[in-house]
Design a protein around this ligand. Structure first.
Ligand code: FAD
Length: 498
C-alpha cells in the first residue's frame, strides 16, 4: 500500500483518487478551493442553478467503466439522460439544423436542413472518422503517451497512416469532403472541443463528432456538477480523504523522487506517490523546484500553443423560451475572424471576439430554476486567454461588463433577445477561470491541438520525476470530461494496485 497525495479535486484528481483508493492505496486529496469539481463547477443564486463549466457529457462508457471498477454502477450514482435532439445549429443565413440524438437519423436531418449532398457527405466523413477512431482510440486515448513508439507502430501500416493523415488539418479534411460551408463550419467547431484552431488542428479530431454522435450527447439530471460529487463520494467510500481549503504550495522532491506535498500553511505531508491534477503548466512552473528532471517537460510545454479560454454568462431569466433546444449554437458569418481573434493572427494580438459563435445551454430541468416560469442559461463564447502582457487583460476595469452587454446584443441580433427578461447576469472571464481553478491564463484544455506535433508535446502522465504522475485535462490524453477520466485510468495503471 502506497501513501498517495492527489493535488486538486477536479474530475481528474477525483477519478484518480477513486481508482487508487479502490486499488488499496491510502489516498488524500488536497484541494485549494472550498468544494470539489474544479472546472466541473456549480453556481447558485436566488434559486437559479448553473453548471459553470461543462454542459455536455460524451462517451458515457468511460464513466461507466470508472464506477464499475470502483465498486458500483454509474446509474446508481447519477441520472444520465441521452439528449434528443442533441443540439440545434443556427447559421448566419438564417438556416437551422437540429441534430437528432440517434446517429441513424442524422443523415436525413442534414439532407432536410442543408440539402441532399449534406447527408451523404457527412455519412462518408463519419465512416472515415470511425476508421480513425478504431486506429487511434486504444494507443492514443487508453495508453500512456509513448510518442516515438506509437508513431512507429502507426507507420508500420500505411493504410492506417493514410486514414489518420497526420499531415492534414481538420479544416483541410472538411474542405475536401464537405461541399456546404455550413457543414464545414459545424466540423470546424469540433476543434474547439480541445481548445484549438481548425486550421491548425489535425484531421483526426473528426473522431470527436464521431464519438459524440455514435455514443450520444448526455446530460446529468440536476446538473453535471453532480458527476463530480458522485466521483468524490465514490473516492471517499473507498477510503480516500478529501481535504478542501488546502492549497498545495510545492511538490516535495527528495533524492530525485516525489516525496509528498507542502501546503500553503507550511505544513508538509509525506507520500510515496504524488498525483497532480492541476494544470501541468502550474505544476511544472510553480509547484516543482526549477531545473532538475522536469526541464524537458517544461521545454515541450513552452513549444505547445495554450488552448483557448472562454467567457461565460450565467443568465437568470424570467419566463420561458418556446422551442429552445437543450444546446443551441449560433454561428457568425465569419468563423475565421473568431480564430484570428482568439489565437492572434494576421499580424494582430489576441483580442475578444466581436462577432463570436455563441453557445447556449438551457437545460429544461426543474432542479435548475426557482419556478416553472424561469430559465437558467449558460452562455459560452470562445475567448483568448488572460494574458495582460501579450494579449487581453480580462481584469481591465469595465471590460467584463462591456463584453457581456455586447454578447447579449449579439444574442438579440441572432434571434434570442433576452435583455428584458434578465433578472441578473453573472460574468466569468478567463481571469476568473484562472483564479478559480488554477489553470494558467484560464486555458480550458491545457495546451491546444494546434500543429501536427501537439499530441506529443502534451505532458505525459508519468512525469520525469519518479513517483510523480499527472492526471487531468492538461496532460495526456487531453481535455474534456471523458479524456480527463481516461487519464485517471492510465495513471492508476501506472501506479498499480497496492
Ligand atoms: C467553460 C467550460 C466549458 C466546458 N465544457 C465542457 C463540456 O461541455 N464537456 C466536456 O467534456 N468538457 C468541458 N469542459 C472541459 C472540462 O471541464 C475539463 O476538461 C475538466 O473538467 C478538467 O478537469 P481537471 O480535473 O483536469 O481540472 P480542473 O477541473 O481544473 O481541476 C483542477 C483542480 O485543482 C485545484 N487546484 C489548482 N491548483 C491547486 C493547488 N496548488 N493546490 C490544490 N488544489 C489546486 C483547482 O481548484 C481544481 O479544483 C469545459 C470547461 C470549461 C471551463
Amino acid at each position: 500500500m502506497a501513501r498517495v497525495a492527489v493535488v486538486g479535486a477536479g474530475l481528474g484528481g477525483l477519478a484518480a483518487a477513486a481508482r487508487l483508493a479502490a486499488g488499496g492505496h491510502a489516498v488524500t486529496v488536497f484541494e485549494q478551493s472550498d468544494g470539489v469539481g474544479g472546472k466541473l463547477g456549480r453556481y447558485e443564486r436566488d434559486g437559479h442553478v448553473f453548471d459553470t463549466g461543462p454542459s455536455l457529457v460524451t462517451m458515457p462508457q468511460v464513466y461507466r467503466d470508472l464506477f464499475a471498477a470502483t465498486g458500483g454502477s454509474l446509474d446508481d450514482a447519477v441520472d444520465l439522460v441521452r439528449l434528443d435532439p442533441a443540439v440545434e445549429y443556427r447559421f448566419a443565413d438564417g438556416s437551422r439544423l437540429s441534430v437528432p440524438g440517434s446517429p441513424s437519423a442524422i443523415p436525413a436531418a442534414l439532407a432536410d436542413a442543408l440539402g441532399p449532398a449534406a447527408g451523404t457527405e457527412w455519412t462518408a466523413l463519419m465512416e472515415r472518422a470511425a476508421a480513425m477512431w478504431r486506429i487511434s482510440e486504444e494507443p492514443f486515448l487508453r495508453r500512456p503517451l509513448q510518442g516515438a513508439a506509437t508513431l512507429a507502430r502507426l507507420a508500420r501500416n500505411p493504410a492506417d497512416v493514410a486514414t489518420i493523415a497526420p499531415w492534414q488539418t481538420l479544416r483541410g479534411l472538411g474542405t475536401r469532403q464537405l461541399s456546404d460551408p455550413r457543414l464545414r463550419m459545424l466540423l470546424d467547431r469540433y476543434a474547439t472541443y480541445s481548445g484549438s484552431d481548425p486550421r491548425r488542428a489535425p484531421a483526426v479530431l473528426a473522431t470527436v463528432p464521431y464519438a459524440e454522435q455514435a455514443f450520444g450527447s448526455w446530460y446529468v439530471r440536476g446538473g453535471l456538477h453532480r458527476l463530480a460529487l458522485a466521483v468524490a463520494e465514490r473516492a471517499t467510500d473507498r477510503g480516500a480523504v478529501i481535504r478542501t481549503g488546502s492549497p498545495v504550495r510545492r511538490v516535495l522532491v527528495e533524492a530525485g523522487r516525489a516525496a509528498g506535498v507542502e501546503l500553503a500553511d507550511g505544513s508538509r505531508v509525506r507520500a510515496d506517490v504524488v498525483v497532480s491534477g492541476v494544470d501541468a503548466a502550474a505544476l511544472y512552473g510553480d509547484l516543482l523546484p526549477p531545473g532538475g528532471r522536469a526541464r524537458d517537460a517544461r521545454r515541450d510545454l513552452a513549444r505547445a500553443t495554450p488552448s483557448l479560454s472562454g467567457v461565460v454568462l450565467l443568465l437568470a431569466l424570467r419566463g420561458r423560451t418556446p422551442g429552445l433546444a437543450h444546446h443551441t449554437v449560433l454561428f457568425p458569418a465569419d468563423y475565421d475572424a473568431e480564430f484570428d481573434a482568439v489565437f492572434g493572427g494576421r499580424g494582430r494580438t489576441p483580442r475578444p471576439v466581436t462577432d463570436p459563435t455563441v453557445y447556449v445551454s438551457a437545460p429544461d430541468d426543474p432542479a435548475l430554476r426557482p419556478d416553472a416560469d424561469s430559465e437558467s442559461w449558460f452562455v459560452l463564447v470562445n475567448a483568448p486567454r488572460h494574458d495582460p502582457r501579450r494579449g487581453v487583460d480580462w481584469d481591465e476595469p469595465g471590460l467584463a461588463d462591456r463584453y457581456a452587454a455586447d454578447l447579449l446584443a449579439v444574442l438579440a441580433r441572432r434571434g434570442l433577445d433576452v435583455r428584458d427578461r434578465l433578472r441578473w447576469c453573472e460574468v466569468r472571464t478567463p481571469a476568473d477561470l484562472a483564479r478559480d481553478t488554477g489553470s494558467v491564463g484560464g486555458s480550458i484544455y491545457g495546451s491546444s491541438s494546434n500543429g501536427t506535433r501537439a499530441a506529443f508535446l502534451r505532458p505525459a502522465n508519468a512525469s520525469p520525476v519518479p513517483g510523480l504522475f499527472l492526471v487531468g485535462g492538461s496532460a495526456h490524453p487531453g481535455g474534456g470530461l471523458p479524456l480527463v477520466t481516461l487519464s485517471a485510468e492510465i495513471v492508476a495503471g501506472l501506479v498499480g494496485p497496492a
